[in-house]
Design a protein around this ligand. Structure first.
Ligand code: ADP
Length: 298
């Protein structure tokens, strides 16, 4: 048996078509497009690629992209000053600070400075708290993207046992919260979990967000289970021999595809959905902000 491959790229591009129409409507009502400000500090090459892609994807659906690229030696104070400006700027509806930040800048302090209503990454304590209360407002994009993929499969989530591997604040924890809201029974595993294999074998849904290639083996996957692989790991490409690399997930895909009912590929699974959810969060923030402005004026 071979699993259904969940085509995140196709699903994201279908969602982009819908989003483009919603953005057009937003422009017709408000006279200007939703705008997303992205702040990048330093020149980490992976971060630079992510930021560029976010800009391109915004433009592809008609969202205005404002990018602030700051040098590595930017002080925490001047970054906080920029965030305060963006908070006040009525033309900016969403903002995010690309992580990781240089070590001399306190990421917690920076994230706390972002207006929760503009916090399209969903990392502000207020938004994390809302999610933990089961009343999400702006939720983190990667877990949201995973939920959309699960919904797309059309299988009932209620009562399913979901095992989330990884407890980061960016993926694992919010993922577990969203699965709980969807009425799953949720287990969170992390580096101190003792028998991860046994845990996975009991799962209807496995979501891995760890950053270790081939951590999850094929025989850990119950026949027919759903596997969502959030990992993005760069490894040497054995087929090339010229020092070239390729991107793989946390799951040994070739093994797992023979056990799972459905599985996301890496790349082309969760990745495209993350950006899709960022754009949708931006439109949601913009509709909220503009709706409130219209309410106070009219
Ligand atoms: P991400 O941004 O993908 O969530 P992080 O590096 O922030 O990644 O978090 C990695 C997570 O993976 C941590 O919660 C850590 O406990 C978990 N983890 C690391 N190694 C293992 C392991 N061998 N088994 C299970 N979980 C692990």
């Amino acid at each position: 048996p071979s699993a259904q491959i969940i085509d995140g790229k196709r699903i994201a591009s279908e969602r982009a078509n819908v989003l483009r129409k919603r953005v057009t409507k937003f422009v017709a009502v408000n006279g200007a497009p939703p705008a997303l400000a992205v702040v990048l500090v330093g020149s980490d090459p992976a971060s630079a690629i992510y930021v560029r892609r976010k800009g391109e994807q915004c433009q592809a659906v008609g969202i205005e992209s404002i990018q602030h690229r700051l040098p590595h030696d930017t002080t925490e104070a001047s970054l906080l000053y920029l965030i305060a400006q963006l908070n006040r700027d009525a033309g900016v509806h969403g903002m995010l600070v690309q992580l990781p930040l240089p070590a001399h800048i306190g990421a917690d302090k920076v994230l706390a400075a972002i207006d929760p209503d503009k916090d399209v990454d969903g990392f502000h304590v207020t938004n994390a708290g809302q999610l933990a209360l089961g009343k999400p407002r702006l939720a983190p994009c990667t877990p949201l993207g995973c939920m959309l993929l699960l919904r797309e499969l059309g299988t009932e989530l209620r009562g399913k046992h979901a095992v989330v591997i990884g407890r980061s604040t960016i993926v694992g924890r919010p993922m577990a919260q969203l699965l709980l809201i969807a009425d799953c029974t949720v287990t969170i595993a992390h580096r101190h979990t003792t028998d991860l294999a046994a845990l996975c074998r009991a799962a209807d849904i496995v979501v891995s967000a760890v950053g270790i290639p081939a951590l999850v083996r094929g025989d850990w996957i119950r026949p027919g289970a759903i596997v969502i692989d959030v990992g993005i790991n760069r490894v040497p490409d054995p087929r090339s021999g010229t020092g070239a690399t390729r991107i793989v997930g946390d799951v040994a895909f070739e093994e797992a595809v023979g056990h799972a009912g459905a599985i996301t590929p890496v790349p082309g699974g969760v990745g495209p959905m993350t950006i899709s959810c960022l754009l949708e969060n931006t439109l949601q923030a913009a509709e909220l902000i503009e709706g409130r402005l219209a309410g106070t004026l009219g």
